[in-house]
Design a protein around this ligand. Structure first.
Ligand SMILES: O=C(O)CCC(=O)C(=O)O
Ligand SMILES: [Fe+2]
Length: 312
């Protein structure tokens, strides 16, 4: 296991010394404003509990391991006040599935299908309490996302296509990361890993997972975690947790899908390549038996490998 590096450097130092490494860092001691002191559950309910505030759509899950592949959670809409009340508790008196269900809010944009989330515009009641780390020009910002969770919830391992500064405001959490070079060891389905229990993985089902190099850190209020694009991350909340993350474009505009409200669509070039691959697979399906399919699939992998896979 590798520990994610922790530094107390300034923004300028981070950019000149660390950013280019494309490795994760926990940045401590940045001035993020008074939010970590102010944002108790009571305060959030007071600021956002007005009747005219839009209710929130949250994930509701009866298990610790939230699983996007098998969708072991529901989406439910709650008034903000009720959501905050419930998210602070370990056991619910009013619930959708069971008394030990957990909640996770990932704020969406004003028009969730089209617009990325914009924390400052959508939560003006809280915006003055938080100085988001503005490491790059405003034209590079993609979205800023409020994330609130119950204790003992764990978010599935996934990657995002943007650089990310995850600002922890309330509660302690553990973040486990995997380098993009471990993609073949994580049993991916799209942008998510099928290995749900990363602490006790089923190695008979997922033998290669043992090879994936694990990076780990703990985040406390005021900490900012830099997650470079394509790095896999899995987040375990120990407490009622509040965070805001900022997604940044670090590539030129042509490498981002203009219709991506979440920041997790692959580059348009990759989407086209995957469509072509689907067609290629249909052609292989036409072969007379599995032996031929296996052989020619290996020939195709070989071509990809010799042209694109980096030596490790
Ligand atoms: O800490 C969290 O709630 C989730 C972090 C995450 O997946 C992200 O910021 O992209
Ligand atoms: Fe993420």
């Amino acid at each position: 296991m590798n520990k994610v590096q922790v530094t107390e450097c300034s923004k300028e130092n981070f950019l000149s010394c660390f950013y280019a490494s494309r490795e994760p860092y926990v940045l401590k001691g940045l001035d993020i404003g008074p939010a970590p002191d102010l944002w108790t559950g009571e305060y959030l309910m007071d600021k956002l509990g007005q009747d005219d505030k839009e209710p929130v759509r949250v994930h509701v899950c009866p298990h610790r391991h939230m699983d996007f592949i098998n969708k072991n959670f529901l989406y439910r809409t709650l008034p903000f006040k009720d959501f905050i009340k419930r998210a602070q508790l370990n056991r619910q008196t009013e619930f959708f599935i069971s008394s030990d269900e957990r909640y996770y809010l990932r704020a969406l944009g004003g028009d969730p299908r089209k617009e990325p989330a914009d924390f400052i515009r959508q939560y003006p009641e809280l915006a003055g309490d938080l100085k988001l780390p503005m490491f790059f020009g405003p034209e590079k910002v993609f979205s800023s996302v409020l994330r609130i969770s119950s204790p003992d919830a764990q978010l599935w391992t996934h990657y995002d296509v943007m650089d990310n500064f995850l600002v922890q405001i309330k509660g302690k959490k553990r973040v486990v990361l995997f380098h993009p070079r471990d993609a073949l060891n994580l049993y991916l389905v799209g942008d998510k890993s099928s290995v749900l229990d990363i602490d006790a993985p089923d190695l008979t089902k997922y033998p290669l997972f043992d090879k994936a190099e694990r990076y780990e850190c703990y985040l406390y209020p005021g900490d900012v975690l830099f997650i470079p694009s394509l790095w896999f991350h899995n987040v375990l909340m120990y407490d009622f947790s509040v965070a805001v993350n900022v997604f940044w474009k670090h590539l030129e505009a042509q490498f981002y899908d203009a219709k991506d409200p979440y920041g997790n669509k692959d580059p348009p070039q990759v989407q086209r390549a995957l469509q072509t691959l689907d067609r290629a697979m249909k052609h292989l399906e036409e072969l007379p038996n599995d032996f031929y399919k296996d052989f020619y699939a290996k020939c195709m992998i070989n071509r990809l490998q010799s042209k694109f896979i980096l030596q490790q």
